[in-house]
Design a protein around this ligand. Structure first.
Ligand code: HEM
Length: 147
């Protein structure tokens, strides 16, 4: 069965089917990607403890992240959350996002066909930059005195 023939729940079924055909992505691949990626994140010396301090029950988080990637990559509209707010309060800098992206690129390449991996990586890089800006804007800074 080709990816485009698979049943998928989407707010825009035709758009989703076209992206699946173009990229070779489907919900199974996204599920594999998410699970393998967070296995690596949890084992990572720098990122692991940050996630461990916020997440005790991983099953709902993984489910949520599959819905997120389904929304972002396949435009299914399945995710409803507030990632900007969640990340704005995390103790992270751009180096953390670089590390996150390094693991994401590696996992996307391992689990997805090349077009699909490129599609996901492009979106992850864009979102990482937005989240980093949200963190920067939320971090209190000392404003130099003009007096
Ligand atoms: C520095 C790197 C990152 C760290 C340490 C991090 C950490 C976290 C943590 C701890 C949570 C769970 C928060 C909670 O439920 O209390 C979370 C949620 C989430 N993260 Fe990240 N994250 C990072 C980068 C990213 C990137 C680059 C993306 C997207 C490309 C992303 C997408 C999400 C989404 C969609 C959620 C769920 C938000 C919600 O429930 O509304 N994260 N992240």
């Amino acid at each position: 069965m080709s990816p485009a023939d698979r049943q998928i729940i989407s707010a825009r079924p035709e758009t989703t089917a076209a992206i699946m055909a173009q990229t070779g992505l489907d919900e199974d691949k996204l599920t594999q990607l998410v699970h393998r990626f967070y296995d690596k994140v949890r084992a990572d010396a720098v990122l692991g403890p940050i996630f461990a301090s916020r997440i005790s029950d991983w099953a709902p988080h993984l489910q949520r992240m599959v819905e997120f990637w389904s929304s972002v990559a396949l435009m299914t509209g399945r995710f409803h959350g507030a990632p900007m707010q969640v990340h704005a309060s995390l103790p992270v800098e751009w180096d953390h996002f670089e590390r996150w992206l390094m693991l994401f690129r590696e996992t996307a390449t391992e689990t997805c066909p090349p077009e699909g991996a490129a599609h996901l990586i492009e979106r992850a890089e864009r979102i990482a930059r937005s989240l980093h800006m949200a963190v920067e804007n939320a971090t209190p800074r000392t404003v130099p005195s003009l007096l």
